[in-house]
Design a protein around this ligand. Structure first.
Ligand code: HPA
Ligand code: ZN
Length: 329
């Protein structure tokens, strides 16, 4: 087998995937028809043609439009099941999935409906060999009050789905919405013993990564690629082994880097940072986990040892216990 075959066939963990970002155009149109939702796109082709992003916000506008077709428990099941199939095909054995409850509750969909549909698919996936956890993300372009209300509404779910729903995260428009805006809701989540992650240093400055560490006290940083602009921050990440969930094709499609060859993943890895490779929003950015690995290996010329380190980092930075981790491999 070739080096690429070995990577594709290796058991992997995925730690940065927005389930709403796994909605393929075909399923968006199918659900729109099923639910009588009108989309501002004529056809699957017209929707796909709109996937020409210039920055994070230009993507988020289309991503939220796509999610508008999700209304019923079965819709969340179908979306999640389609991702489970893709993950299994890529030999992902463990995945930690983000969902954005406010995207749905703002349209009148109950948070219980969202979680029930996702959970049913993940339970089915588990029977087929895909271990999984779920992370509730707050939308940072909305208010602190909205995040606090979402957290309160989710409290019974953290008990009911304790086996799955293990943490909270922070996503959406980064610039102008620093981690400091959400210090109180993250403190509440921490008091409850939940795992904590936040998107930081994707478009925002290294100072946002430092805020996520100091004020939110996160266990991992999502993206974090702009950390490289601060040598002291890179050293801190390396020393503490706080992992970065890097998403190379996302960074390329959202113009964080002009070319994958300019991606700083290899340099971060060389400086001792616990880098992982993930798909972010695979239906929008051109591929699932294996495509991200292969494109990155090709563009940066990663060696065998570097790739195996990245794969191992994915398991080490995951939220499964060391014993459960060994059972995955
Ligand atoms: N960044 C911020 N918010 C997001 C992303 C992302 O890459 N994907 C989905 N929501
Ligand atoms: Zn993301």
């Amino acid at each position: 087998p070739t080096f690429f075959d070995k990577i594709a066939g290796a058991p992997k963990a995925e730690l940065h995937i927005h389930i709403e970002g796994s909605l393929e155009p075909e399923l968006i149109f199918k659900l729109a028809q099923r639910n009588g939702v009108r989309l501002p796109y004529e056809s699957i082709e017209a929707l796909r043609a709109a996937y020409a992003f210039t920055d994070l916000q230009s993507f988020l506008d289309i991503y939220y439009a796509g999610a508008s077709v999700l209304l019923h428990e079965q819709d969340f099941y179908d979306m999640t099941m389609a991702y489970v199939e893709r993950a299994l095909a890529d030999n992902v054995v463990h995945t930690e999935i983000f969902f954005d409850p406010q995207t749905h509750t703002e349209r009148g969909v109950a948070i219980e409906t969202v979680v029930a549909g996702i959970e049913r698919a993940l339970a089915d996936g588990e029977k087929r060999g895909l271990s999984s956890k779920l992370i509730l993300c707050f939308l940072r372009h909305l208010s602190e009050e909205s995040a606090l209300a979402t957290f309160e509404a989710a409290l019974p779910l953290f008990d009911q789905y304790a086996h799955r729903l293990v943490g909270v995260g922070l996503d959406s428009s980064e610039q102008g919405n620093p981690p400091s805006k959400f210090a109180r809701v993250f403190a509440k989540a921490r008091e409850r013993g939940l795992k904590l992650v936040a998107h930081a240093g994707e478009e925002g400055p290294p100072a946002y990564v430092e805020q996520a560490l100091d004020l939110l006290k996160v266990d991992r940083i999502d993206h974090g690629v702009r950390s490289i602009e601060s040598p002291t921050l890179v050293k801190r990440l390396a020393d503490t082994r706080i992992a970065l969930t890097v998403c190379p094709l996302s960074n390329l499609k959202l113009c964080v880097f002009d070319d994958l060859k300019q991606h700083t993943l290899k340099s971060l890895l060389a400086q001792g940072v616990a880098v992982t490779i993930n798909s972010d929003d695979p239906a929008y950015f051109g591929g699932y986990v294996n495509t991200n690995y292969l494109a990155t290996v090709e563009a940066l010329g990663l060696a065998d040892a570097e790739v195996y380190t990245i794969i191992r980092n994915g398991f080490e930075a995951s939220f499964v216990t060391p014993a459960a981790r060994d059972a995955l491999l």
